[in-house]
Design a protein around this ligand. Structure first.
Ligand code: NAD
Ligand code: DAU
Length: 351
């Protein structure tokens, strides 16, 4: 029975991963370690909290004692590090916490895993540290070309630079100590449980609340969208089959402009829920500072080496996603009735 030490499992992708893994395997244990920042939400884990193979520990990945205690009490096989400050706009306002959690937190986990896994002749068999990273470490593309695993790191925002710093530390532990590591770099995820500061849940929520739909700059920036379950499947494959020391890009060739995303959501809501939601709600606002123009992943390596293929097209995934937020209105209301309103007003005013 393998034991997974998952960090950030109360956030968007981490929670989806915990659900995915416990649905798929009956013979694994998951210890979910999360600080429960504004982005962590135990409601995301309601469906698994009584599963005997699941444990939750509230802790900061920077806290040496708390993390050592978990390693002391459990034989950890895999560390899967999702925990991070994840929002670019917040990193522009408050970079320090991004360095703390994303870089120093990662190094703390690496040190402790190394301490418990290293033997006189290398590392214990079957252990692995997986760092969940992002395509944003590669910077921004022009109109053509894709990010491959050998594209040089050229991050721009404090968020992506902190993720790039963390990636380089993970690589350093692989190169210097021969620690068993992998890094995955994924494109934009969407799906259930995403905090409504990110484009898709924010636009869905604003459509339902008949608020302005803020589009940064000219709205022609491009992101490469991946349904979150396809990302979870990729991480599972990399843990179980990924070659040690390797980086794997994860993306499904679903490039869309931001304007396209917003209009697709308006069309769905207008056609299925409330015909008074129209493009008139769109508001072009000041551009994000240093806004990357285009991301696009080349997933050839993970497809050819591990057989990974995304299963959900954007057209199917976006409908499933909107429907999930409609069916889980209370989940959204619980978030947006708290501190969220202060954040929202600072970012977008009172519209
Ligand atoms: P999220 O913001 O929804 O969740 C982050 C989680 O980490 C939260 O539960 C939060 O409480 C927890 N956390 C934050 N600081 C912590 C700390 N110091 N100690 C312990 N827990 C802490 O983020 P997400 O969108 O689910 O992203 C998860 C990971 O995937 C991140 O590493 C992110 O960089 C990466 N990623 C995200 C995307 C995306 O589109 N969302 C794409 C590629 C990669
Ligand atoms: O590419 C992977 C990355 O995707 C992850 O590493 C990050 O953690 C994740 O947050 C995401 O970053 P983005 O900055 O691409 O996602 P966001 O949802 O914030 O924005 C998507 C695009 O939409 C981006 O071009 C900015 C734009 N945008 C966003 C918001 C919140 C708007 O036009 N208006 C908005 O209100």
């Amino acid at each position: 029975m393998k034991t997974y030490f998952v960090t950030g499992g109360a956030g968007f992708i981490g929670a989806n991963f915990v659900h995915y893994m416990l649905n798929k395997y009956e013979d694994i244990k998951i210890i979910n370690v999360d600080k429960l920042t504004y982005a962590g939400n135990l409601e995301n884990l309601k469906g698994v909290e009584n599963n005997p193979n699941y444990t939750f520990v509230q802790a900061d990945i920077c806290d040496k004692e708390a993390i050592e205690k978990i390693f002391n009490n459990n034989e950890i096989d895999y560390v899967v590090n999702f925990a991070a400050e994840s929002h670019v706009d917040r990193s522009i306002r408050e970079p320090e916490v991004f360095v703390k959690t994303n870089v120093l937190g990662t190094v703390n986990l690496l040190n402790i895993a190394k301490q418990y896994w290293e033997t006189e002749n290398g590392f214990k068999e079957g252990k692995k540290y997986l760092q969940v990273s992002t395509d944003e470490v590669y910077g921004s593309l022009g109109e053509t070309g894709y990010f491959t695993e050998t594209t040089p790191l050229d991050s721009h925002s404090p968020y992506s630079s902190s993720k790039a710093g963390a990636d380089l530390m993970v690589k350093a532990y692989g190169d210097t100590f021969k620690m068993p590591i992998n890094i995955t770099r994924c494109s934009n995820n969407y799906g259930p449980y995403q905090f409504p500061e990110k484009l898709i849940p924010l636009i869905i929520n604003n459509c339902l609340a008949k608020r302005d739909l803020p589009i940064y700059g000219d709205g022609m920036n491009i992101r490469d969208w991946l349904y979150v379950e396809d990302h979870c499947k990729a991480i599972d494959m990399v843990i179980n089959k990924g070659r040690l020391g390797e980086v794997y890009n994860v993306g499904g060739h679903n490039e869309r402009t931001n304007v396209y995303i917003v209009k697709t959501i308006i069309d769905y809501v207008s056609g299925n829920i409330d015909s008074s939601v129209t493009e008139e709600l769109i508001k072009y606002v000041e551009d994000r500072k240093g806004h990357d123009r285009r991301y696009g992943i080349d997933p050839t390596k993970i497809r050819e080496e591990l057989g990974w293929e995304p299963e959900t097209s954007f057209e199917v995934g976006i409908k499933k996603t909107i429907k999930w937020y409609l069916d889980n209105k209370q989940w959204m209301d619980n978030i947006t009735s708290g501190q969220y309103q202060n954040y929202y007003e600072k970012m977008y005013g009172n519209n």
